[in-house]
Design a protein around this ligand. Structure first.
Ligand SMILES: Nc1ncnc2c1ncn2[C@@H]1O[C@H](COP(=O)(O)OP(=O)(O)OP(=O)(O)O)[C@@H](O)[C@H]1O
Length: 317
């Protein structure tokens, strides 16, 4: 007996190109999102995240390449996919004059086997504003309602755009817990976010885009835990001579990449590369030599934010 055919990935993008005014804003992009996994798509402003997701939602047609969502072409099978794909947008696009709970109940009636509305109301704390019109909801309340609406139909795939943006810490935790549960139930979750802690906390797979291309991808751990890389952070007077400090730290006889020192904001320094006890000693010796007082020093593992900034640079877009 032959094995049943494997289900296609929830999202499979191959060689996607999307141009605006002759410029490729998505440039031969490949991306796969699997069921039972949270895939985070990260990238600076204008990197092409929204354009890519909109191609998956059938809102834009690719100029080149192919996009398959649950095995189907979203341009040709929009109606079938709408029943199986949940979308939560920043600008929720919900009718503003309708009361929050009425909206959620209405959407639930459109599905054969919706989730239990009362449970969603409880989980996402919607009760306090159930009777408020959508127009009057706060940003965080609107986000929670939009998430409830995106998942009430038990989608196989959900697109979440910064799901916890603007939320208070309690709501954030509730949303993250729900997203993890969806993943554990086998839902494919595609998350676009600028919140690195959100991606770090939720993502099984991270895809970093820049200029319309994938510039890095992998598990969070793979991306942040290159060998024994550590980050040393310290505070000192602004505008230290980084070239001189870098040279001093590079002579500590270590193996591996030379440490790189940056000053992301005045007086705050970040040193990445292999941080060893000798690196700390060299920093202290260098600063003592120059009469520089280093206040507050910490050594920690690199965060996803460190990796993201290394990959995409620190300049504004
Ligand atoms: N309809 C359009 N006409 C012209 N340019 C467009 C159009 N839509 C998007 N772009 C451009 O395409 C590029 C990618 O935009 P996109 O919205 O996909 O980026 P993004 O990664 O989602 O950014 P952000 O993080 O700011 O949301 C940008 O430079 C944007 O200005």
């Amino acid at each position: 007996m032959s094995a049943p055919p494997a289900a296609p990935p929830a999202v499979e993008i191959r060689g996607l190109v999307k141009r605006h005014g002759g410029r490729a804003v998505v440039d031969r992009l490949d991306l796969t999102a699997e069921a039972g996994r949270v895939t985070a798509v990260l990238g600076p402003n204008g990197a092409g995240k929204t354009t890519t997701i909109e191609c998956c939602e059938g809102l834009r047609a690719p100029d080149e390449g192919s996009v398959r969502v649950l095995g189907l072409d979203p341009q040709a099978h929009g109606r079938e996919l709408r029943a199986q794909v949940g979308v939560m947008l920043q600008d929720s696009g919900l009718p503003t004059a309708v009361r929050a709970l009425d909206m959620l109940r209405h959407v639930a009636t459109m599905y054969a086997e919706p989730r239990d509305v009362a449970e969603l109301v409880e989980r996402l704390g919607l009760r306090d504003f159930a009777g408020t019109t959508i127009r009057r909801l706060s940003g965080g309340q609107r986000q929670r309602l939009a998430l409830a609406i995106a998942i009430v139909g038990r989608p196989a795939l959900v697109f979440l755009d910064e799901p916890s943006a603007g939320m208070d810490p309690q709501s954030r935790l509730a949303v993250w817990e729900l997203v993890r549960e969806l993943r554990d139930e086998g839902v494919a979750v595609v998350l676009t976010t600028h919140l690195m802690d959100e991606a770090e906390s939720l993502a099984d797979h991270v895809v970093v885009l820049d200029h319309g291309k994938v510039i890095a991808e992998g598990g969070v751990r793979d991306l942040v835990a290159a060998a024994d890389d550590r980050t040393l952070r310290f505070e000192a007077p602004p505008a230290l001579d980084l070239a001189s400090l870098g040279a001093a730290l590079a002579t500590t006889g270590q193996t591996g990449p030379a440490p790189v020192v940056q000053e992301p904001s005045p007086g705050e320094y970040v040193l990445s590369g292999a941080v060893t006890p000798e690196t700390l000693a060299a920093l202290t010796a260098w600063s003592a030599d120059r009469g520089v007082l280093v206040t507050r020093t910490s050594v920690g593992r690199r965060t996803l934010e460190d990796v993201f900034l290394d990959l995409t640079g620190r300049n504004l877009r």
